[in-house]
Design a protein around this ligand. Structure first.
Ligand code: FES
Length: 190
C-alpha cells in the first residue's frame, strides 16, 4: 500500500488540526545538536530571522522532514512567527512538510529532460518502485517527486537524490542506482 499524495513537492503541510504554538517549547523540543547548529548559523548571520531556511534544513537533516511542531519550535528559537517560517518552508521545495522516505528522488521534468528520455525514466522508476509522483514506497525507502531544471541540461535526463545529482540517465542506470541505494539502506550504510 502506498501513501497517496497529490503534492509533488511536499513542501506544504497536510491540512490537519494545527498545533498551537504554546504547545511546543523549543528548549525541550530541539536537540542540543540541532540547537547548536542553529546557533552557529545565527552567529554568522545578521539577524535570527535570516536563519530560517538554514534552521529548517538543519532540523530536516536530523528528523527527515519538518512537522508542525518542528516548524513551531524553530520559529520560537528564531523569534519569528510560525506563519512567517511556514512561508519560507513553502517557498523552498527541498523542505518537506510531509513525511518522506529515506531517499527522496527529485526527477527533473523540465524541457531538456523531456526531450532526452524523461518519459522512459519516469516509467522505469514508477514500475521499479511501484509508486507514482508524491508517493512513498511501502518499505519507506523512496519518495518520488518532480523537480524543475536541475541545471544539468547538457547531461539530461537528470535526477537528484539526497543532494547528489545523477546525469545522462538510462533505464539500466536508474535501476542500478535505485538498487544500490536500496542495498545501502538494507546494510545500514546510509
Ligand atoms: S531540463 Fe532537466 S536538468 Fe535542465
Amino acid at each position: 500500500m502506498n501513501n497517496n499524495n497529490n503534492d509533488f513537492s511536499l513542501n506544504q503541510r497536510i491540512p490537519s488540526v494545527m498545533i498551537a504554538d504554546e504547545e511546543v517549547d523549543f528548549n525541550q523540543y530541539l536537540s542540543s545538536a540541532e540547537m547548536s547548529a542553529i546557533e552557529h548559523e545565527v552567529s554568522i548571520m545578521e539577524t535570527r530571522e535570516s536563519v530560517g531556511i538554514e534552521a529548517l534544513k538543519i532540523v530536516q537533516q536530523h528528523r527527515g522532514w519538518i512537522s508542525d511542531d518542528s516548524l513551531i519550535a524553530i520559529a520560537q528559537c528564531l523569534n519569528i512567527s510560525s506563519a512567517q517560517l511556514e512561508g519560507v518552508a513553502t517557498f523552498y521545495n527541498l523542505i518537506y512538510r510531509q513525511k518522506v522516505g529515506h531517499y527522496v528522488i527529485h526527477l527533473c521534468d523540465s524541457i531538456s529532460c523531456h526531450l532526452t528520455g524523461y518519459d522512459e525514466i519516469l516509467n522505469v522508476i514508477k514500475q521499479h518502485l511501484n509508486i507514482v509522483y508524491g508517493q512513498t514506497t511501502s518499505d519507506g525507502q523512496f519518495t518520488l517527486l518532480s523537480n524543475v531544471c536541475l541545471g544539468s541540461c547538457d547531461k539530461s535526463p537528470a535526477m537528484m537524490i539526497g543532494g547528489k545529482h545523477y546525469h545522462s540517465l538510462t533505464s539500466d542506470s536508474v535501476v542500478a542506482i535505485l538498487n544500490g541505494l536500496s542495498q545501502n539502506v538494507g546494510e545500514g550504510n546510509d
